[in-house]
Design a protein around this ligand. Sequence first.
Ligand SMILES: [Zn+2]
Length: 372
Amino acid sequence: MGFEERESWKAGRGKRTGAGNGSYESERQHRKKQARGAGRWKKVRVYTFKNIIGQRDLIESLKNAFFSNRVGHAYLFSGEKGIGKTTLAKAFAALLLCSEPNGDEPCGRCKPCLLLKNSSNPDFCLIEPDKGTIKIEAIRQMQDDIMVKPLYSERKVYIIRDAETMTMQAQNCLLKTLEEPPRFAVIILTTPSLYGLKETIRSRILKYNLKKNTFREVLELLNRLYSASRSNEFIASYSGGIIGTAMKLAGSENFDALRNEIIELADQVGREGLVAVFDKYDIFEKNKEDIDTILDMMEIFYRDILVCKRTRNEGMLINSDKKDIIIDSAKRYTSKKLVDNIEIINTTRSNLNYNTNYQLSIEVMLMKLQEA
Ligand SMILES: [Zn+2]
């Protein structure tokens, strides 16, 4: 979906900042913190539907509601993490607040649009979890705010991100607003899982499920935003249609270097002595933060060798730019060892999720991968 997810969106008065008991704080407080360097403050652009890839049916439905003046009071956008729920919610919010929409997109120039860009539109508010939850205080503040008429637009828009993190009290509190919302209010909830929300909330909301993007859609977007290099194909494939994952990887400066390093490591580990293999631990220590990605890269590399061995179809390789290394490795590995390696990596992944000793887990993994 939209590619601007990288940029932080600071608007209205509700921006997660880790402040106190909720996730709702005034823009002024927020700016103060920013000034102290407590967070990122980046240039923000107005979100538009045209920058969103895929989700066409859903977008059409939102636009139709807008044009026929049948905008609902409450929406729920569900879908996997990184699929673009908040980006879509922001694009819809921008359209709803714009005073001179350009066809079916916000104009980007009117007062509400400019205020939105500057993160100071009082008719917009984003509520996010603070330390993992949205507490009742945040919803109460929203309820106070929602009673005040909009200042610059015909509507006021509230986005509650990761709405399933609302505590039960917060959900009960929100329910009151959903039962009798002011006529100008639009509340958009986003969630990766519908089931964290009370049935009474779900039944009062227009529900939309976001679909994964296709490989082509992700690749086209990556090629549009980044130079069309071969690693775009890998990223598009690796992302599994989750645009947030693709954008995160594509935006990471050392992604290409890391991938090369990891493929080299995975390629060498099977033909080196144990001492040389233990030396490779450094790479894991240096890139602790990216361990999930590293394990995925290794797994996909072995998967590619297996696919190459079994099908001889180069078109099925995810690491399509590493064809030569893969074909060469296919000669050295048995299918059984490749399946074993994939399993070893998966076991390491779940061990790490259980907070086992990092170094020990990685070293055991390397040792097992090294075994013939
Ligand atoms: Zn506008």
